[in-house]
Design a protein around this ligand. Structure first.
Ligand code: PLP
Length: 449
């Protein structure tokens, strides 16, 4: 990649356009996960041909500096040779047996070593399965039915988690929360078992527990939110989560599917000193292949089948090829921890973006923890979901498409975290900031001309 951004080189996206039309014939919306369809920003999604390090190449041969990182897993950059090699070895030995293997133990040991508060872990095949299974376990363990989630937190697409706050919550301050499905196909009676509270609102959570606390099996939360854009928890909010769940005998579930092994070796649990009853993982622990997991103290985990009455299973759970990718990834993260480097890159990126936007006069507010960053097009601080949704998504669209034309692949939604990897260095930083500068100059030019 040329480190100098010289302007909008004419690019073609013809092959992506042709493939998208074909895809739309046979796959709903042309994609297998909605955000990939660019609906929030318009335009045609780029079809990717290959990836390496910090870069993607689309089917028209355009090189893209990647800030999506497959939505979280690629903390080492794409196609790291050690991960490739480990997968190659596993491939030679067979793809799946439906019987236990040593690799499952090795990956379990690595996960538990990073999370000393957990004794046991069960592998599944996605983050969705991890949170869904953790909630079932929490209900089985406590004998209670209700769960609490927070507005703007995403935990995968299990029925009980596709729930939003109804009007009752907004008018009653949480006292008599009415929840509503946020997806068609989720029965109202399921949604009613999920109470929705506001992130970073300890008083609201307290009010909720005061009315229904002894019916609540678990509170599930993103310890640093990525799925509303980055939101950072306040100390008061974290204290309320711990105190209320403890006081009322509910389990606190840290959904570390995005943050686990990204913010620190022990994820947000280590970074923020959390003491959750259960932890969910995904993304990085599969190194780019489909792996999820949930874990906790032995006394809770031993409620899971075959030891206990909480059923959970999976044909491809603990798949040997996926385990090999996860083991190799966690090995590399332990041998050569990238976290300080990621923090330095993040700080320089944030400062560079803040300076560039400041000069342009376009108001933004940046939230960042380590290698997760969101540029909100919002003038004030963004600490709640309500703040985040005030962002100017029209300006975000221009920013996104401007960057894409300059070869920078930013997440195609205002309400997502951008990720960078150990493969992002000085050249990438310089390229990104120059691209942003160009985009802002061009849009300023359009405004005045
Ligand atoms: C991605 C994500 C999930 C869902 O994981 P999938 O593998 O997409 O099912 C759950 N929770 C959080 C916090 C996530 O970021």
């Amino acid at each position: 990649m040329n480190a100098k951004v010289t302007g909008m080189d004419p690019i073609t996206t013809l092959r992506s356009e042709v493939l998208f039309e074909r895809a739309e014939q046979v796959i709903p919306g042309g994609v297998n996960s909605p955000v990939r369809a660019f609906r929030a920003v318009g335009g045609t999604p780029r079809f990717i041909a290959r990836a390496g390090g910090s870069r993607l190449w689309d089917v028209d041969g355009n090189e893209l500096l990647d800030y999506v990182g497959s939505w979280g897993p690629m903390i080492l950059g794409h196609n790291h040779p050690h991960v490739q090699e480990a997968i190659g070895v596993a491939l030679e030995e067979g793809l799946s047996y439906g019987a236990p293997t040593e690799r499952e133990i090795v990956l379990a040991e690595k996960v538990l070593q990073a999370y000393p508060g957990c004794d046991q872990v069960r592998f599944v095949s996605s983050g969705t399965e991890a949170t869904m299974s953790a909630l079932r376990l929490a209900r089985g363990f406590t004998g209670r039915d209700l769960i609490v989630k927070f507005r703007g937190n995403y935990h995968g697409h299990a029925d009980s988690l596709l729930v939003q706050a109804g009007s009752g919550l907004l008018t009653s301050g949480g006292g008599t929360a009415q929840s509503a499905p946020s997806s068609a196909g989720v029965p109202q009676t399921f949604a009613a078992l999920t109470l929705v509270a506001d992130y970073n609102d300890p008083e609201g959570l307290e009010a909720l527990f005061a009315t229904r606390g002894y019916e609540i099996a678990a509170v599930i939360f993103e310890p640093v939110v990525g799925n509303a854009g980055v939101l950072i928890p306040t100390a008061e909010f974290l204290a309320a989560l711990h105190n209320l769940t403890k006081q009322y005998g509910a389990l606190l579930i840290a959904d570390e599917v995005m943050t686990g092994f990204r913010l620190a070796p022990g994820g947000a649990v280590e970074l923020l000193g959390l003491q959750p009853g259960l932890v969910c993982w995904g993304k990085i622990i599969g190194g780019g292949l489909p792996v999820g997991a949930y874990g906790g103290r032995a006394g809770i985990m031993q409620q899971v089948a075959p030891l206990g009455p909480v059923y959970q299973a999976g044909t491809l759970s603990g798949n040997p090829v996926a385990m090999a990718a996860g083991i190799a990834t966690l090995e590399l993260l332990a041998q050569d921890p990238p976290y300080e480097r990621l923090e330095r890159y993040g700080r320089a990126l944030q400062e560079g973006l803040e300076n560039t936007f400041h000069r342009s006069g376009i108001p933004i507010s940046i939230n960042r923890v380590g290698s997760m960053i969101t540029v909100f097009f919002h003038a004030g601080p963004v600490s709640t979901y309500a703040d985040a949704v005030q962002s100017n998504t029209g300006v975000f669209k221009q920013f996104f498409h401007g960057l894409l034309l300059h070869g920078v692949y930013w997440p195609p939604s205002q309400f997502e975290a951008a990720f960078f990897s150990a493969a992002h260095g000085g050249e990438e930083l310089e390229y990104t900031l120059e691209a942003v500068e160009k985009v802002l100059q061009n849009s300023m030019h359009e405004k005045t001309g």
